[in-house]
Design a protein around this ligand. Sequence first.
Ligand SMILES: [Zn+2]
Length: 215
Amino acid sequence: MRDFPEPYRLADETMRGLNRRALRRVEAVEAKIRSGKFDELNLMTELDVLYETLDRDNRRALKKLYRERYEEIWIYLKGKPPEEDELDEMVELALTSLLGEVNPLTGYRYETEAIRKRDRAKEAILSSPTKAQKQIQMEKALRYWSAQTGFYVDIIADEAATRAMKDAGVQKVRWMIYGDDRVCGQCEALNGTVWEIEKLPEKPHLRCRCWLKPA
Ligand SMILES: [Zn+2]
């Protein structure tokens, strides 16, 4: 039998793309700060726009990731792509709840946290007296944003995979460790165990890359 689709290939691709784009967007604002043409009000507006744009990039990419991960597993299990017209609505609904509800792994709502990150960044950047200090705060803000994005990229990849298996009629799945440096003792203990897909245990920690395949 063919190998189960590699668990985090699409997630890693998504993350690389988002990181590149976010860096470009932040650098554009940094260049304007360095040019010194900014008053406080301009900068505030610019940061609002930056965070709106970063959020839009994330949502678009996460939706695409969910869909592609769902599709690759469906195709693996069923040998043909899922019905196109039902898929759009399903992905839309899944994303709305994944980003709008408190996630058990992050402990927050994606949407609420994105706004918090924007507000904290604005405060830190606007209150930095020099351009150099503003720049340091911009870079920090980018790291925080990127960390949150990374959490959700993994979460979305996992959720899409589980959903595809459920929808395709898989009942039992096997817990697999990924073999990266984030495997912990709890992950190890779960390695190889079989679970009913409707009664899965919560992942032991954020960015845990343990994955599931049909048992
Ligand atoms: Zn794990």
